[in-house]
Design a protein around this ligand. Sequence first.
Ligand code: PGA
Length: 251
Amino acid sequence: MTRTPLIAGNWKMHKTVDQAEQFVQGLLPRVSTADGVDVALCVPFTALAAMVDSTRGSRVEVYAQNMHWAEQGAYTGEVSAAMLVELDVHGVVLGHSERREHFGETDRALAVKVPAALASGLKVILCVGETEGERERGDTQRKLRYQIQEGLERVPTEQLGEIVIAYEPIWAIGTGLVATVEQAQDAVAFCRALVADRSSEQAERTRILYGGSMKPDNAAELLAEPDVDGGLIGGASLDPETFSAIVSAAA
Ligand code: PGA
């Protein structure tokens, strides 16, 4: 089974609409000929509509960085799946470690958000990963098992393969520390085995990304690992040149 690699940029809380437009003008000509790779940008809510417009007809898909699980209601400051779908947004990143750490995102909430997004037709990138302390204590697999089992608990088995999982060791995010290729491959293969506990057929379809200080100079070796199906890129996704270099490494 061949899985098309996905390179997704996560802008976090960066770029006004004006800055986002400038980025896209720089990016589109650089990725227009990159074959055999899917490209996504996860952008702030305020830039979603403009980015959907500016990338229409290109290979670049646009994702939000969070979503509420309810259809609507008294949830001040939140955004629903229907609100994203109305803008023609393609998907949503859920459970990023920064949302878990700073905004109290829980596995319980993700167990509801993930199927709500899917049911609305949004693609999902579900983020998982261990802290430095958890790795040192030998708790990496236990953390990943918990996060993946809960996050996917209410996803119908036949839809498991539609979910993209991003394995992001928290100690590698924004630190310049990158996992070794062996660490990345081992953890990503473990994530796949967890999906295979539900369905081995779906696990073969599931794309699993590595994230954490992926840059143009380390992308090729990480992406060469058999289970690493792409990357979720923070810092290096803010500049069209470095981001497109990673897209080329995956193409
Ligand atoms: P980084 O961020 O590439 O800057 O380490 C990755 C992420 O948070 O998704």
